[in-house]
Design a protein around this ligand. Structure first.
Ligand code: ZN
Length: 136
């Protein structure tokens, strides 16, 4: 089994933002030469996350972020963390820091409407995404 590790940087533009990183991940898979296996996309940050959801209609990421902001408001009585970004830590844990996608015939085996998103919850910032491609 072959293992390829890569990373890339992205710059978020607002405090909450879902950035479609499907093409970056797909390019890394394509360059790896691995045609059957899987890819792990990992976010090494505590106030950001990785998720898979619809990337056809931009209203979907908008509505996801709207729902998160209602469930986890930025300012809330009872938060203790001094940085003022407790909501971002909560969102990061809820969404999770990685996703795994199967690779079939050299391509990401995503559903028709699925894309991979980097979720920014405490931007704007420069962020890093780690990608590991494994397989044959
Ligand atoms: Zn913090």
């Amino acid at each position: 089994m072959k293992i390829i590790e890569k990373d890339f940087h992205i710059s978020s533009k607002s405090r909450d933002q879902m950035i479609d990183i499907t093409s970056q991940v797909s390019d890394i898979v394509g360059q790896s030469g691995i045609t059957n296996g899987d890819v792990i996309v990992f976010c090494p940050h505590t106030t950001a996350a990785i998720t898979i959801n619809e990337n056809a209609d931009p209203s979907v990421p908008h509505d996801i972020l709207l729902t998160f902001s209602e469930l986890m408001p930025q300012h809330r009585p009872g938060y203790r963390h001094g940085e003022g970004n407790s909501d971002a830590h909560c969102k990061s844990s809820l969404v999770g820091c990685s996703e795994q996608v199967l690779i079939k015939d050299g391509r990401l085996n995503l559903g028709t409407w699925q894309g991979i998103f980097f979720c920014e919850f405490d931007g704007p910032r420069s962020r890093r995404v780690l990608v590991q491609v494994r397989g044959e």
